[in-house]
Write a protein of this length. Structure first.
Ligand code: HEC
Ligand code: HEC
Ligand code: HEC
Ligand code: HEC
Length: 171
């Protein structure tokens, strides 16, 4: 199992290095979606991470968040060590939002929870900095992104059309 993970990691990381421009571009769709060899929902190519625990619930993550963490977590926490995200020191995710703290647009929720795809749309068509759902001009206007869910803190509300979403093909 370790060896398989390592091989997969090498196969994924090497093309990522040679085509550094769009980080997920190198995954070529099938790096995330296993067309006939899927391991989970959304025909995902990577098994969901069941080792990394949500500090709020002390349970493993579910849904898309567990899939992202199959790559973006350290090996000891069940990931592949690709830009690992540590939930112990992160903005909360894998939680149903407290409406007093955040006003999350429906387009950003999955099963009533804020997960990775609440803030990121990971598809290669997303031109925004770090695959964020709002254009921050390369991270310079991060406040604009935060205002998507925390408008009272930033003083402005983001328009629906400013939220990047590749999940509806009827456009
Ligand atoms: C980094 C991983 C990743 C890559 C690369 C990726 N996807 Fe996805 N894909 C996802 C995730 C995660 C979702 C669910 C997103 C959400 O819920 O917002 C998804 C959802 C989808 C869906 C919608 C499924 C549904 O049930 O509505 C389609 C279709 C899709 N991807 C096609 C593609 C195509 C085509 C490519 C290549 C151009 C691609 N994906 C590349 C991770 C990826
Ligand atoms: C199959 C493994 C894999 C999965 C699954 C995956 N990613 Fe990635 N991701 C990568 C690689 C490879 C990179 C580029 C790493 C590098 O450049 O060192 C990357 C980079 C990123 C970056 C940084 C982009 C930048 O411009 O610096 C973000 C943000 C990101 N991923 C978010 C996500 C989210 C959110 C999900 C789940 C929806 C996800 N990824 C799922 C492999 C993956
Ligand atoms: C509340 C919003 C939010 C959530 C939820 C979120 N992210 Fe992010 N993420 C960001 C922002 C903002 C940045 C860019 C930070 C910066 O560049 O200062 C980022 C950056 C990243 C990067 C790039 C890190 C680097 O070193 O450049 C990766 C990879 C990533 N996120 C993956 C994930 C994954 C995987 C999840 C779910 C487990 C997730 N994110 C959940 C907002 C979020
Ligand atoms: C897609 C929605 C969304 C975006 C975008 C977002 N947040 Fe949040 N934020 C939330 C949710 C949901 C919570 C958790 C509310 C709860 O505790 O139930 C939260 C909580 C927080 C907290 C409290 C953390 C804690 O431990 O209690 C801070 C601080 C915060 N966000 C800052 C930010 C900043 C700064 C940005 C922009 C870089 C940002 N958020 C972007 C949805 C979002």
């Amino acid at each position: 199992m370790r060896l398989v993970c390592l091989l997969v990691a090498i196969l994924i990381v090497i093309p990522a290095v040679s085509f550094a421009a769009g980080a997920h571009e190198s995954l070529n769709c099938t790096g995330c979606h296993g067309i006939h060899t899927a391991k989970g929902d959304l025909i995902f190519a990577i098994a969901p991470n069941q080792k990394s625990l949500n500090p709020r619930t002390k349970k493993p993550y579910t849904g898309v968040t567990a899939l992202c963490l199959g790559c973006h977590e350290s090996a000891e926490k069940g990931g592949m060590g690709i830009m690992p995200i540590s939930a112990a020191m992160s903005h909360p995710y894998g939680i149903a939002p407290n409406p007093k703290v955040a006003s999350v647009p429906a387009v950003a929720l999955r099963d009533g929870k804020l997960g990775c795809v609440g803030c990121h749309d990971p598809h290669p068509s997303n031109p925004n900095y770090k695959y964020l759902r709002v254009d921050t001009k390369g991270g310079v206007q991060m406040q604009k992104f935060c205002s998507m869910c925390h408008p009272s803190k930033s003083g402005k509300k983001i328009l629906r059309k400013e939220i990047f979403n590749s999940m509806d093909e009827r456009k």
